[in-house]
Write a protein that binds this ligand. Structure first.
Ligand SMILES: [Zn+2]
Length: 135
């Protein structure tokens, strides 16, 4: 199991590490990463740089989800938030470790890496980011 987790961590894609790309021409930041900038097009090819996103931001909007199928049914209701991070990039993820009645637009949050689910057959644990209140 430890080896499987280690491999998962090594192969973890940029979206789990919150690494986006920044256009070397106009400075626009993309998440998930893009191969080129839709504004600068050809000029941006080869000029896109990895950009580690700021994990802190504010809740822009959120939705409380009641009832769903499968895995998530065990943890409903839960909140999914659109968060405008401190780089000005919109991120969407589940909001955890928070009293659902206390969620407010503009609330400070930060992204943390959490276990998402476990594939029983393969024994592979998947990780992804979620938001928690930032005190
Ligand atoms: Zn650009």
């Amino acid at each position: 199991m430890a080896m499987v987790v280690a491999r998962e961590w090594r192969e973890i894609p940029g979206r789990y590490n919150l690494i986006g790309t920044k256009c070397g021409c106009c400075g626009r930041i993309f998440f998930p990463s893009r191969a080129f900038c839709p504004d600068c097009r050809r000029a941006s090819i080869g000029k896109m740089e990895e950009f580690p996103l700021n994990r802190r931001g504010r809740i822009y909007s959120y939705t409380v989800i009641h009832g769903s199928e499968g895995f998530n049914a065990r943890m409903t209701p839960y909140a999914v938030a659109m968060v405008l991070n401190d780089d000005g990039v919109m991120l969407e993820a589940q909001l955890v470790d928070v009293d659902l009645s206390k969620i407010e637009i503009g609330m400070r949050v930060r992204a943390v890496l959490r276990k998402l689910d476990e594939d029983g057959d393969a024994g592979v644990i998947h990780y992804g980011f979620k938001f928690v209140p930032d005190e």
